[in-house]
Structures are given as C-alpha cells and as structure tokens.
Design a protein around this ligand. Structure first.
Ligand SMILES: [Zn+2]
Length: 192
C-alpha cells in the first residue's frame, strides 16, 4: 500500500514539474490512506523534479508522529492538509502549489473567474482566502474552512490549493486552475 501511494505522489509531482506549475521548492502534495489514519506528504523543501521515495513521509493523523528518512521533516503545511481531510470525508488528496499564472492572480487585485471545463460552476469567482503566513495555524484554519464547500481556492499573495477524491482529480484540478488563470491573463492583456 505504501509503495502505491508514494508512487502516485511522485507521479503527480513530476507531472506538475513537467507542466511548469512549480516554482523552486514551493509546493506540497498529500494522500490520506483508506482508513484515514495516516497521510503521506511531501517533505519540507522538496524538489518536485527529482522527487523520490524518501521525500514522502507517512504522518499519523492523531499525534503527527512520523518516521523520518534522512532527517527530512513533513511539509510545513501538514496541519493545513490534515485540516482539509478532517473537514472533508469525500476527499483523499490535497495539492498545494504556487503555479505562476494562478499565483499572479493571487498577488494581483484581479479575481480569477470560474470558467467552464471542470465540474459545476458554483459562483462568479474562485474563492480567495486572506493572506496568513505560510505554515501558520491561522492559514491552516482559514484554508481548511474555505475548502469545506470548495475544491479549489486561491491563497492571497501565496498560491492555490486543489483537492480531489483521488490524486489524479486533485492534480487535474490544479492544472485546470492554472490553465484558466493563463486564459484570463491573456484576455486581460488583449483587452488593454
Ligand atoms: Zn505555499
């Protein structure tokens, strides 16, 4: 089981890298196991391009304990991922990235419109969460709260979080959000 889950995370990370959706070492991916007792999450400061088996840590949900590989520690956003899983029993994977176009919207005063192409349109814009420092308890609380009713959110001045019933859905949703951000960026430029 461990191997299959870890391989899925590695494949997602490599795909996200190949699509140019990762900047430096900023981003984290997790999957929760079927019993919802452990999450498998990328270690802090990992490079998605060369992500490998030892870069994924298995963290116990109830006490945050984990077995370290090569002194690695779980992503600084581990509490955020766990908060999402606690609020959403239907969700098995969380992807957080700072992809360039979507993050451009996060840093600008332009809102990202919801657009056809990925499930139901639930409102005019992709929901935004105010800025809280990366890794903070307040970010974890506010982001996991916003994801109670949304599958994708923008973190102001930071990046995006996408969730799904499996890692393929969460990864595809992050690619979709980056894609619509690119389309809308081009539209803004053409309209200048
Ligand atoms: Zn981040």
């Amino acid at each position: 089981m461990d191997n299959i889950i870890i391989e899925q995370i590695i494949n997602s990370a490599h795909h996200i890298y190949d699509k140019g959706m990762i900047i430096g070492k900023a981003g984290n991916i997790s999957i929760i196991d079927d019993n919802r007792e452990y999450i498998y999450i990328t270690a802090s400061g990992t490079d998605f391009k060369s992500l490998k088996y030892n870069d994924i840590l298995k963290v116990k949900l109830d006490d945050l304990s984990y077995k370290s590989n090569d002194d690695k520690v779980p992503s600084m956003e581990t509490n955020l991922h766990i908060g999402v899983y606690k609020n959403r029993n239907d969700i098995n994977s969380v992807v957080h990235i700072h992809s360039p176009y979507a993050t451009g919207f996060a840093f600008s005063n332009q809102k990202l419109r919801q657009q056809e192409g990925f499930g139901e349109i639930t409102g005019e814009y992709i929901k935004e969460v105010d800025y809280f420092p990366p890794g903070s308890k307040t970010l974890a609380e506010n982001a996991s709260d916003a994801l109670k009713n949304e599958d994708a959110i923008i973190l102001k001045n930071h990046g995006i979080i996408c969730i799904g019933k499996n890692i393929d859905e969460a990864t595809l949703l992050s690619e979709y959000i980056e894609g619509i951000a690119k389309t809308q960026y081009i539209t803004h430029v053409l309209n200048l």
